[in-house]
Design a binder for this molecule. Structure first.
Ligand SMILES: [Mg+2]
Length: 265
């Protein structure tokens, strides 16, 4: 069967191209090869700990050749959501991530909570503030809980680390307010990352999260390629419950090799 030529690669960042300040093996060169092969790239990330500007600077510093406007993040998508719905949120975000979001208006009552990965905000005091915003009765507008994403965990340089998902679920549990999830694996997020003129069949998603990256993208018809450089731990799976992704590769570089060799056939 002839392979569909890949025109666009959506690429996850943390755990796929880098882990903290280390590129994954061969990733800097592989990204160059992919571009030279004429494949467009877009970096799709649920990273919410830092602003797009900080993330961009960090990736440039560790050797990646990219443009700031090639990063499509759930934080930016959440900022759009807040503006579109004219929300006045209480933010459970880091100070850096806050710089990507609209300011809170002190003249208006708080009507929503926005949650991203914010280790220094996930203490009782701040979570209780968030709880009180969501629990208020008689609000003219319905209160909203906005999850920038609901990641369970991610790979940090000292090991696996807790994501924001359990805090989102905790707030849902205590208030009965269901969260609106913005980032991966939301279908809307993947569709809005696709530029005009490119079909889902011409696009692949490459990431280290079987569900949020691969299965999310596969639900709208893209291929989802999983890499083993991040949070995915093969030893946690047996042959029977192996994630049903399009394919699994050791590194991002191996995926690039596969894409190039398929398009040459
Ligand atoms: Mg990742």
């Amino acid at each position: 069967m002839a392979h569909q030529r890949i025109k666009l690669a959506l690429i996850d960042l943390s755990g796929t191209l880098h882990v903290d300040d280390q590129p994954t093996e061969g990733a800097v060169e592989a990204l160059k090869r992919l571009r030279q092969h004429g494949v467009q790239v877009k970096f799709v990330t649920n990273t919410t700990k830092e602003s797009v500007g900080s993330l961009f600077e960090r990736l440039r510093k560790i050797g990646f050749d990219l443009q700031r406007n090639e990063i499509y993040g759930s934080l930016g998508a959440a900022a759009e959501y807040v503006k579109k719905n004219n929300l006045n949120p209480y933010y459970l975000l880091t100070n850096d991530a806050r710089t990507d979001m609209p300011d809170t208006d002190p003249e208006r009552p708080l009507d929503s909570v926005v949650v991203g990965l914010a280790p220094d905000r996930f203490c009782y005091e701040h979570l209780n503030e968030a709880f009180r915003v969501l629990h208020q009765k008689g609000a003219k507008q319905k209160v909203q809980l906005v999850a920038v994403h609901e990641g369970r965990y991610y790979k940090a340089k000292d090991g696996i680390a807790l994501g924001p998902g359990c805090f989102v679920k905790g707030l849902e549990y205590s208030t009965g307010v269901p969260a609106v999830c913005i980032g991966k694996p939301n279908e809307y997020f993947f569709r809005s990352a696709l530029p005009d003129g490119i079909s889902v069949e011409e696009c692949v998603m490459i990431g280290d999260d079987p569900n949020d990256d691969c299965l999310g993208a596969m639900r709208i018809g893209m291929k989802g390629y999983l890499v083993e450089t991040g949070k995915y731990q093969p030893e946690m799976y047996s042959e029977e419950n192996r994630p049903a992704v399009s394919d699994i590769f050791a590194t991002f570089s191996d995926v690039v090799q596969h894409i190039i060799s398929c398009s040459d056939q």
